[in-house]
Design a protein around this ligand. Structure first.
Ligand code: FES
Length: 443
């Protein structure tokens, strides 16, 4: 049977207060448990930090409002009771409170549920004991941590579980589900005896371009004594993790393709415009150009004035890097044409650009200050790409691309005029192709 809410409140907070407080406790425990689950589920998502304050506000307000509702309802019920004692009699009668024919079956059910709960609890303890016996049967190993701590765990225990058992702080944003890589460790001893990584662990390690001694602590289950070094700070956050993902590629020499994009006749574009309009136009422009770079696998790296530098190949080999850069050039042309059409009424003439594209070895490194770091490329190839972009003015073309890019991408560009250019810092002239419009490219 269903009961009126006033009857429920009367029973909970007047006849059997224990039931009322039990209900409040269950509500708070279940709600907190659910919120923690949602937090751990979402915290590695890229834009979680944007929605976190809103979710936290809702998570706090909802139970508070619910409890205030219970409190106010109970106050009203008790006030009625004081003013009209006959109302209490009516509540007891109509709500069948203290009516054994109604309450008896539900009380029996409650007792049965308590017993089921006790049995399940006992089964958990039995399972623990069984696991303890099985683990002892398979033997124990030592895992050494920095600072001289040694944790003794059963064979087959994941390193992350060993850290948790010994209460050693260990980063694990995804909670040990093999998704975030924040639990990564360097194995200092016993690398040869480790079980090989599973396909999914190997895929994540490949993404990090990790060496053979780097493993994921949540996936690695050593079978003999070993020593490990956690590689990330235990309190690392999701945004810091993304920065570190790039930094895995940092401070290394790498073959990449570098692209410089710059607006032609930008002075004419900005003069006689309000600063707000200039910002609006430039943001549209960077949306089109940087979006094309990202969509083809590159990374927009620096925005200076009305120009942009992009890197291709941070997570790809030379062939793929150069192919991506050439495809990006075509896509930039098409997105810029769309933008010029869309803003035709705003512009006295279509926005024109010059693009320089070169490839070679650079040092990828993180530069910045405190929390503000960006991964950038340093080296001769960067200066050459910038210089090729400048040359588009001299040649009156949209793109100047070095033959190195075309050859590495395996793209036939003999149909475009070739020039030998001298670039500062290079002993030999550099062969480049002059591309009038980037939609003529066939990548
Ligand atoms: S804890 Fe996330 S991959 Fe290991």
């Amino acid at each position: 049977m269903t009961r009126r809410y006033d009857v429920v409140l009367t029973v909970y907070f007047s006849f059997v207060p224990f039931w009322g407080w039990r209900q409040v406790t269950v509500l708070l425990v279940a709600w907190t448990h659910g919120c923690l689950g949602v937090h751990y589920w979402l915290r590695a998502r890229s834009n979680y930090h944007k929605f976190a304050p809103l979710l936290l506000t809702s998570a706090t307000l909802l139970p508070v409002l619910a409890l205030l509702g219970i409190w106010q309802g109970t106050r009203e019920v008790l006030a009625q009771w004081q003013l009209h004692p006959e109302w209490l009699q009516m509540t007891v009668r109509e709500g069948h409170v203290r009516d054994p024919s109604v309450n008896g079956p539900s009380w029996d059910l409650e007792v049965q549920l308590y017993w089921i709960y006790v049995v399940l609890l006992a089964l958990v303890f039995v399972a623990w004991a069984a696991r303890w016996l099985v683990e002892r049967h398979h033997g124990l190993i030592n895992i050494a941590y920095p600072g001289g701590r040694v944790v003794r765990v059963p064979v087959g225990c994941a390193v992350l579980d060993a850290s948790r058992r010994a209460r050693i702080p260990h980063a694990a944003i995804c909670g040990g589900r093999g998704r975030c890589t924040t639990c990564r460790i360097r194995v200092l001893r016993g690398v040869d005896t480790l079980p090989p990584p599973s396909a999914s662990e190997q895929a994540l390690l490949d993404r990090l371009r990790a060496g053979p001694s780097v493993r994921l602590a949540c996936q690695l289950r050593p079978r003999s004594d070993t020593a490990v070094l956690p590689l990330l700070p235990p309190d690392i956050g999701a945004s810091e993790m993304r920065r570190r993902d790039y930094s895995e590629a940092s401070d290394i020499e790498r073959f990449v393709a570098i692209m410089f994009v710059d607006i032609r006749r930008s002075t004419a574009l900005v003069e006689k415009r309000l600063p707000y309009d200039v910002v609006f136009l430039l943001n549209h422009f960077f949306d089109a150009v940087a979006g094309a770079v990202v969509d083809t696998g590159g990374m927009p790296n620096q925005f200076v004035g009305d120009g942009m530098m992009a890197i291709f190949g941070i997570h790809a080999g030379p062939h793929e890097a150069c192919s991506q850069a050439l495809v990006a050039a075509q896509l930039i042309h098409s997105r810029l044409s769309d933008m010029n059409r869309t803003l035709a009424n705003e512009l006295s003439e279509p926005i024109a650009i010059g693009v320089g594209l070169h490839a070679g070895n650079v040092i990828l490194g993180e530069l910045g200050y405190r929390d503000h770091f960006v991964l950038t490329a340093i080296g001769d190839s960067v200066h050459v790409a910038a210089r090729l972009q400048e040359l588009t003015k001299d040649y009156g073309c949209q793109l100047v691309v070095s033959d190195i890019v075309a050859a590495t991408a395996g793209v036939e560009m003999s149909g475009f005029p070739v020039r030998e250019v001298n670039v500062r810092g290079r002993a030999e002239p550099l062969a480049v192709r002059i591309v009038g419009a980037m939609n003529e490219l066939v990548a």
